[in-house]
Design a protein around this ligand. Structure first.
Ligand code: NAD
Length: 480
């Protein structure tokens, strides 16, 4: 059975403990590889390598740094099909999704930051009348930690690593132990691309062991984390008293507000996608759907009809719209929410069950599920389920829609469907979310700030925001 390796100081090596963790193929419910169970000692080894590499890497010219990142992007592009197959097998997502979204986006992340670093500038302030000029240096922080989740494995891993490296830092990165494969393949690409030894180190293992060791390390000065809100809270408790820079991209419970004056066909098509893409395991999926009362019954019928057409099946099959959810534990968590629905005066309109797929009987397949709720205060609407489950309920008017949308602890994204520009602007201003989409969904320009408010996180990724996060500003004041 394949044993993945850590990538430390430019080499692929086994964990010092010689302990391994099983890695599952969720489409079959079977172990197919093992990953290092790294510990504090492996993080220390990675830290020493990164510290040694930092003076040279932080002094490379922008052109040299950009060239290495472009090499990584181009090798990823060449190996796109292999990476997509690996991502699909490791995560359970449809191969088509990995081919068209996940891996192309990882390529774009490296390309984007290869170019962005050559355009990043800093400010100068002339104190007129005082013969004084101030200018700001943007210094790389040193060794930084990047920790990512399982839902969009390489996509989110590279979304952190690329800007961290572009800004001149050395990195210790930890992918999710549930989806480690493409991070491992990335190590091989980095070696081939000529990334100097120790600049990027990828350490595999459990969150509470290797992840915790990264967060606790006194000389790792910044942590960029994407994952669950509870984990983010724990991280903040550890890292804040150490005065580390923290970027936390956490959970969501995103509202979709559907008004009667919207482009109905476009809304319906996109709402099916924003509900069930990647088995509903995208932090930006719209999981609370609120519909204007006058079109509620029509929407309900059409949404059920379209959802029933979705094929759940083996991820490698072109006909599969949904693959498997990521793990047995996650499948059971999602099912427990569904099984609790009736106690909350909610009604399952379609779906709700595990599916047995021929020749993949032990795989973790779930029906796409729509639940009608009678209150936004129920558990189904207040807690992140992060699976192929959405709720629907009607609203009377714009005021009530806004109140329902904001009545939750989370604040990641929101989607509004309307043709009324004034309403679109009013809601864009008042929705409590870091990202508002109007008449579209998951429409991303990598230059824009990305992140959430409330319990969805602190800080922003994307564009120059990430380069600012991964640098420390230093003001220099000169009198002449
Ligand atoms: P998770 O919080 O369980 O794990 C995320 C990462 O943190 C993993 O690599 C894990 O090993 C690590 N980790 C766990 N405990 C740790 C600790 N004590 N110290 C350091 N690292 C630790 O999240 P998950 O289940 O992998 O991912 C799903 C969650 O991620 C959902 O809540 C989803 O909304 C969120 N998410 C958010 C965004 C966003 O951009 N806001 C994007 C994708 C996913």
């Amino acid at each position: 059975m394949q044993q993945l390796q850590n990538y430390i100081n430019g080499e692929l090596i086994s964990p010092l403990s010689s302990e391994w963790i099983d890695n599952f193929d969720p489409s079959k419910g079977e172990v197919y590889s093992q990953i290092p169970r790294s510990k504090k000692e492996d993080v220390e080894l990675a830290f020493e390598a990164a510290k040694k590499a930092f003076p040279a890497w932080s002094n490379t010219t922008l052109e040299e740094r950009s060239k290495v990142l472009l090499n990584i992007a181009s090798l990823l592009q060449q190996k796109l099909v292999d990476f997509a197959k690996a991502e699909s097998k490791d995560n359970g997502k449809p191969l088509a999704l990995a081919l068209n979204i996940d891996i192309p986006r990882a390529v774009s992340n490296f390309k984007f930051y290869a170019h962005a670093l050559t355009q990043f500038g800093s400010e100068a302030h002339e104190s007129v009348g005082k013969n004084t000029i101030n200018f700001t240096l943007r210094k790389p922080i040193g060794v930084v930690g990047c920790i990512s989740p399982w839902n969009l494995p390489l996509y989110l891993f590279s979304w952190k690593i690329a800007p961290a490296l572009a800004a001149g830092n050395c990195v210790i990165a930890k992918p999710s132990e549930i989806t480690p494969m493409t991070a491992y393949l990335l190590s091989e690409v980095c070696i081939e691309a000529g990334l100097p030894n120790g600049v990027l180190n990828i350490v595999h293992g459990l969150g509470n062991e290797v992840g915790q060791a990264i967060v606790e390390h006194p000389q790792i000065k910044a942590i960029s984390f994407t994952g669950g809100t509870k984990t983010g809270e724990h991280l903040a408790r550890t890292a804040s008293p150490m005065f580390k820079k923290l970027s936390l991209e956490l959970g969501g419970k995103n509202p979709n507000l559907i008004f009667a004056d919207c482009d109905y066909d476009e809304m319906l098509k996109t709402t099916v996608r924003s509900s069930f893409a990647n088995q509903g395991q995208i932090c930006l999926c719209g999981s609370r759907i609120f519909v204007e009362a006058s079109i509620y019954e029509k929407f309900k019928d059409d949404f059920i009809t379209e959802t029933k057409k979705l094929q759940v099946g083996v991820p490698s099959k072109a006909s599969s719209d949904l693959g498997a959810v990521v793990s047995k534990a996650h499948m059971e968590k999602v099912l427990s929410y569904i099984n609790n629905a009736e106690k909350q005066e909610a009604k399952i309109l379609t779906g709700g069950k595990r599916i047995t797929v021929k020749d993949h009987e032990k795989g973790y397949y779930l029906e796409p599920t729509i639940i009608e709720v009678s209150s936004n205060r129920c558990q189904l609407n207040q807690e992140e389920i992060f699976g192929p489950v959405v709720t629907i309920m009607p609203f009377k008017n714009e005021e009530e829609a806004l109140e329902l949308a904001n009545d939750v602890h989370y604040g990641l994204s929101a989607t509004v469907w309307t043709s009324n520009l004034d309403r679109a602007m009013r809601l864009s201003n008042t929705l409590e979310a870091g990202i508002v989409w109007v008449n579209t969904w998951l429409n991303r320009d990598l230059r824009t700030p990305f992140g959430g408010i409330k319990d969805s996180g602190v800080g922003r990724e994307g564009g120059f925001e990430a380069l600012r996060f991964f640098t420390e500003p230093k003001n220099v004041c000169i009198q002449y």
